[in-house]
Design a protein around this ligand. Structure first.
Ligand SMILES: Cc1cc2nc3c(=O)[nH]c(=O)nc-3n(C[C@H](O)[C@H](O)[C@H](O)COP(=O)(O)OP(=O)(O)OC[C@H]3O[C@@H](n4cnc5c(N)ncnc54)[C@H](O)[C@@H]3O)c2cc1C
Length: 384
């Protein structure tokens, strides 16, 4: 792997840096962590600016409306936007980072034309309706059923932990289309409009007080069969594509954000004299090494995905496993450095600290990632 930058890449970085310097001071302040409609408007406003400037969907293929940029340009984009303190993808998370890429990889020409441009333009928000009360780690146990009726599926069931459901326009929804097939075989992947009659969203409050995710109840919701991505009953395979994007590349930008938090912590420790504590210094040093290694792993995963046709492989599970633990340790260390001051820090910081606890669960728990690494990368025998 060549880690040096070409002249073209340096030029790309310089132009992006200049553009960020111009637009960021004009952005409105970010709404509070519990104002989701405000956050939606804020995040989509930023997406629109990226779109107008030609930076939306940088890593999406050109025939899906993206810029087909190289993995290195994508990583430069992430580095520069984080360095400049630009807004993160936020409410547009599912659309931009895994539903969109799944449709780009698996959808028909009509589906790509219908759903991808609004995601890139910042017009529509997606959520993910995978988990159910009895189907989380064992996702293929899902029971929400879809029965074919003419040109529609009639969907009935419930979902849980649906992030951003309250402000979403579309949901990437997993349903059981064949109740008699083996459990991995009878599933389909649908794009469900969130305003369809029969969809009820009941917000759940997190530890941080934010209604970031919700329960979703589906009562005979009619979804056009044309909204099915992939073949009927082949949804498990499509789901693996979605999850590989979710674990493989969706958290990438956050590693850069964590490195920024780490640098701020080191500065804070120096200014308060906490730096003289060798135990704390060692912890900060270890985190520095860990995030550096995660960034290198990211570069490897992104280049590998590009080389093998754009869909990330199981390396994403290694990344997800290490990243979610490193993030927790970072915020534990931050609480130690800041001491009681951590409680008085701004709301955004406290929300980040509390949400770091959920990272070892969201997008597949650490135990599940360990099983995937053991079975699919190391080739160890299956435990079940
Ligand atoms: C912040 C956050 C956001 C989320 N957003 C969404 C979303 O937008 N859409 C969505 O669909 N879901 C979402 N989820 C749900 C998430 O994907 C599930 O919580 C996760 O997959 C775990 O499933 P579960 O909660 O049912 O736990 P369970 O599957 O019941 O697991 C409980 C415990 O048992 C362990 N376990 C289970 N099976 C095994 C095994 N075979 N081997 C070893 N250990 C095992 C698990 O690792 C875990 O520790 C979100 C979750 C969080 C925390």
């Amino acid at each position: 792997m060549d880690l040096t930058y070409t002249d073209e890449e340096q030029e790309f970085r310089a132009r992006l840096r200049e553009w960020l310097g111009k637009v960021l001071p004009e952005l409105p302040p970010k709404p509070s962590p519990d104002d989701w409609p405000g956050r939606r408007a804020h995040d989509l406003g930023w997406q629109r600016r990226l779109y107008d400037a030609g930076y939306a969907g940088l890593h999406w293929p050109a025939d899906a409306g993206g810029r087909g940029a190289t993995p290195t340009q994508h990583l430069i984009f992430l580095e520069e936007t984080e360095r400049a303190g630009a807004p993160y993808v936020g409410a547009n998370f599912v659309g931009l980072l895994h539903a969109g890429p799944t449709i780009a990889a698996e959808g028909t020409a009509e589906q790509r034309a219908r759903w991808l441009p609004p995601v890139l333009r910042g017009d529509e928000v997606w959520c993910q309706g995978f988990s159910e009360p009895d189907a989380g780690s064992d996702l293929a146990s899902l029971r929400t059923r879809a029965v074919r009726d003419g040109d529609d599926y009639v969907v009935t069931g419930s979902k849980i932990w649906t992030s951003h459901a309250e402000v979403a326009d579309w949901c990437e929804l997993l349903v059981r289309t064949d109740p008699h097939a083996a459990k991995h075989r009878g599933i389909s992947w649908l794009a469900m409009p969130m305003d369809a009659p029969g969809v009820t969203v009941r917000p759940l409050r997190t530890l941080a007080g934010s209604a970031e995710f919700a329960e979703m109840f589906l009562d005979e919701v009619r979804v056009p069969a044309a909204n099915r991505v992939g073949e009927e009953n082949d949804g498990w395979r499509v789901t693996m594509v979605t999850l590989s994007f979710e674990r493989g590349t969706a958290f990438v930008g956050e590693v850069v954000a964590c490195r920024r938090v780490l640098a701020a912590l080191a500065r804070e420790a120096r200014s308060t004299g906490r730096w003289d504590d060798p135990v704390l210094r060692r912890r900060l040093g270890r985190l520095y090494g860990e995030f550096g290694a995660l960034w290198r792993l990211t570069q490897w995963n992104v280049s590998d995905a590009q080389r093998t046709g754009g869909v990330p492989g199981t390396g994403g599970s290694v990344f997800k496993l290490r990243y979610s633990h490193a993030r927790q340790e970072l915020y534990d260390t931050a609480a130690e450095v800041l001491g009681a001051g951590a409680l008085e820090a701004d709301r955004e910081w406290v929300a980040d600290r509390l949400s770091s606890l959920s990272y070892t669960i969201a997008a597949g728990t650490s135990q599940i990632q360990q099983n995937i690494v053991a079975e699919r990368i190391l080739g160890l025998p299956k435990g079940r």
